[in-house]
Design a protein around this ligand. Structure first.
Ligand code: S3P
Length: 430
């Protein structure tokens, strides 16, 4: 797909449902008794992989008229899968389901696409093995395919080296079945959707700072879940609104859970005008975001804020390239083990667009624009099949001089199938 510089973006959009929350609603619904209904479920390939896996585990799931209906069978209702579980491109599916499968009275094998087969699974193999499961990386490289021979599990108190909601959630889900309480302490707090949603299904979960503790064997009951818009998807339009001169965009019903909303703080620190309207703080907090064009300046992004914006760092790097001054991103080594090595891939593509950017061990140093000169030039973008890279550079193209080509643009369907039509709806000139 080819992109040109845009004049301005104006109008209103509603981004699709949150990816993390959509995955969890399916999983927790499957483990609950009775019916769970999910409204505004994200129909992206990743979340459909989660539905596919739970159908193979014997759970009836309907996906009709934008509503997902799950007939939950309780904690002990899963059946041995008939074949290999396919987790596609989804790290969340792979890691969270591993926690659940660890406690089942059957053996499962799971794997996903080429990217999933390079992503680190030792981070879950280690704690789940401590709980008593036999879990093996079949190619002995710490990655999927994984063979999981479920066992009765022991409760553990685990100190994770990484701030990862996927690791934390895998352990807490295994903890649902353990013989005593299980806790996870992380170096900095990662997204807390599992803790909030498990509690709403009836689980007994305590949180204290960076530690979450689960009491085993709760009775989980089916729920009605209304999934808020995904701030990670809204991020592209937040950036577009701030970067394209004359823009004025309203993004409706975006999840602003503080463990996810770091981009709002960074955008404000860079001089961005973002106004929160119609805030709703029941359960997962939401708001409408009003974005207006703002000249941006560089900043430093490091420490505790990193897990709250980890998926937004590619688009934040685009904002930094168009800002005045230098932006430094630190403490973000996790970027190297996402759907692609997002430090290398951002540096490669930003450099192709004429930005002066350096990769560091745990982030990037990005030199912003020269005043009076267009910040970027059009280029051929290599997405490495990473949805967030494709969307970030589609936005970069809107402020670049000349044409930008993104050959592998279809990979956005992992998290945001309607991304290009939503972008088009805000601009006649694209
Ligand atoms: C996710 C957690 C994050 C994030 C991913 C979704 C989740 O990964 O990058 O896109 O739903 O729990 P880590 O937990 O590995 O940081």
């Amino acid at each position: 797909m080819k992109f040109q510089k845009a004049n301005c973006l104006k109008g209103e959009i509603t981004v699709p449902g949150d990816k993390s929350i959509s995955h969890r609603a399916v999983m927790f619904g499957a483990l609950s008794e009775g019916k769970t209904e999910i409204i505004n479920f994200l129909q992206g390939a990743d979340c459909l992989s989660t539905i596919g896996c739970f159908r193979r585990l014997g759970i009836e799931i309907e996906n009709e008229n934008h509503i997902i209906t799950i007939q939950g069978k309780g904690l002990d209702g899963l059946c041995a899968p008939s074949g290999v579980l396919d987790t596609g491109n989804s790290g969340t599916t792979t890691r969270l389901i591993s926690g659940i499968l660890s406690a089942q009275p059957f053996t499962s094998t799971l794997t996903g696409d080429a990217s999933i087969q390079t992503r680190p699974m030792k981070r879950i193999i280690e704690p789940l093995s401590l709980m008593g499961v036999h879990i093996e990386s079949l190619h002995h490289n710490g990655c999927a395919p994984l063979l999981i021979e479920g066992q009765p599990l022991k409760g553990i108190h685990y100190h994770s080296k990484v701030a990862s909601a996927q690791v934390k959630s895998a352990i807490l889900l295994a903890g649902l079945y353990a013989d005593g309480e299980t806790s996870v302490t992380e170096p900095t707090l990662s997204r807390n959707h599992s803790e909030l949603m498990l509690r709403s299904f009836g689980a007994d979960i305590k949180t204290d700072g960076n530690t979450a503790t689960i009491i085993p064997r709760p009775r989980l009951t089916g729920q009605k879940i209304n999934v808020p818009g995904d701030i990670s998807s809204a991020a592209y339009f937040i950036a577009a609104g701030l970067l394209v001169p004359g823009s004025d965009i309203l993004i409706r019903n975006v999840g602003i859970n503080p463990t996810r909303a770091g981009i709002l703080k960074v955008a404000k620190a860079m001089g961005g005008h973002i106004c929160l309207l119609n805030e709703n703080r029941d359960g997962e907090p939401t708001a409408d975001l009003h974005i207006t064009y703002s000249p941006l300046h560089g900043t430093v992004i490091e420490g505790e804020i990193i897990p709250t914006l980890i998926d937004e760092l590619p688009i934040i790097a685009i904002m930094a390239a168009a800002a005045e001054g230098t932006t430094i991103i630190k403490d973000a080594a996790e970027l190297k083990v996402k759907e692609s090595n997002r430090i290398d891939v951002m540096v490669q593509n930003l450099s192709a667009m004429g930005c002066s950017v350096t990769a560091t061990e745990d982030g990037m140093i990005i030199e912003g624009k020269t005043p009076g000169v267009p910040p970027l030039k059009g280029a051929l973008i290599h997405t490495h099949a990473d949805h967030r890279i494709a969307m970030s550079f589609a936005i970069a193209a809107l402020i670049a001089q000349g044409e930008t080509e993104i050959p592998d643009s279809g990979c956005v369907s992992i998290s945001y199938p309607s991304f290009y039509s939503d972008l088009h709806s805000l601009s006649e000139s694209i």
